[in-house]
Unconditional design. Structure first.
Length: 312
């Protein structure tokens, strides 16, 4: 039954994710190997929702990374042979968590991240510093940055996931200690250099396009889904924390963080698009409008949603 349901999709996705230079011929043996790996991972983590094709493609990407770094011996001319030496269960958990599966995120936090609090508290490291480092770690692993995908996708499965996360946490903590004062000073300098100019520009935009902004913001807000509007209201109007919102939806706080960030970005881009079209603006003025939108996000949401409640 398992083979009928997932074997072909596993093999197809695995082969499709390999570059031409690592071409592997389809075979019944490889198909069975992928089925066995997937079935074993599902047995260990039955609650995770990670599509067979996604997992197979992730395994292929791990092999590609290993090949590019020369980390695996492929002298037997079989690019798929390293699969037998990988921590495929941990790779399944990492794959699901990086793709936002709530159960995977919870398991990762409980098994790999939360236990590190006591380890990182050694020496003179304060609880606050450790807490900040772990939160930064969660964001890097599960959300990524503007320039990089979730760091979990870089886990290569050559050791257990707990050890890999522990090393990552240690690096985050060391970097936070080394750079905290320097980065704080740099941030202050950047703010002092640019805030006055940006404040003048934002103030000019507020006065010049006040009516247009309100109208475009209202229209953009109406385009959001009901859940997105509720999330923004709960965060900006009701003042709920990520944990409190997560409890309402029964999801992890990092999932809530992604939802709210996505809703904010959708709202900002929809507002900018309407203002640029209505006012026939382009280039630097459009980017200035985007800064205006972000700077006024909280106040505008409170104003529009309070007004909507009064009208209800």
């Amino acid at each position: 039954m398992l083979r009928a349901m997932s074997g072909q999709s596993l093999l197809t996705a695995f082969l499709a994710a390999l570059p031409a230079r690592m071409a592997v011929r389809p075979s019944a043996e490889l198909e069975v190997q992928l089925e066995t790996i997937f079935a074993d991972a599902r047995h260990v983590y039955p609650s995770l929702r990670c599509a067979p094709a996604d997992y197979a493609a992730h395994l292929a990407s791990v092999l590609v990374q290993a090949k590019s770094k020369g980390a695996e011996d492929t002298s037997d001319d079989d690019p798929a042979s390293p699969l037998t030496r990988l921590a495929t269960r941990d790779l399944y958990l990492a794959c699901a968590a990086a793709r936002g599966d709530d159960d995977a995120v919870r398991i990762l936090d409980e098994q790999c991240i939360a236990p590190l609090r006591a380890t990182l508290r050694r020496g003179d490291t304060s609880e606050d510093v450790v807490g900040d480092a772990l939160q930064t770690l969660r964001m890097l692993l599960l959300v990524g940055t503007e320039d990089a995908p979730p760091r979990l996708l870089a886990y290569a499965g050559r050791g257990d996931l707990k050890s890999w996360v522990r090393v990552a946490a240690t690096r985050v903590l060391i970097n936070s200690k080394r750079g905290a004062r320097h980065e704080s000073l740099d941030d202050d300098l950047r703010l002092s250099e640019h805030s006055e100019v940006e404040d003048v520009e934002v103030s000019r935009l507020k006065q010049a396009y006040k009516l247009e902004f309100h109208e475009c913001f209202r229209e953009a807000l109406a385009t959001l889904s009901a859940r997105a509007r509720n999330l923004l209201r709960q965060h900006y109007i009701d003042g709920l924390t990520m944990e409190q919102v997560g409890a309402l939806y029964r999801v992890h706080r990092i999932t809530v963080h992604r939802w709210i960030d996505s809703a904010r970005e959708d709202l900002a881009l929809a507002t900018r698009e309407r203002m640029a079209k209505r006012l026939r603006l382009e280039g630097p003025e459009v980017e200035s409008i985007l800064r205006l939108i972000h700077s006024q996000m909280g106040n505008s949401l409170r104003a529009f949603m309070d007004h909507a409640q009064e009208q209800a």
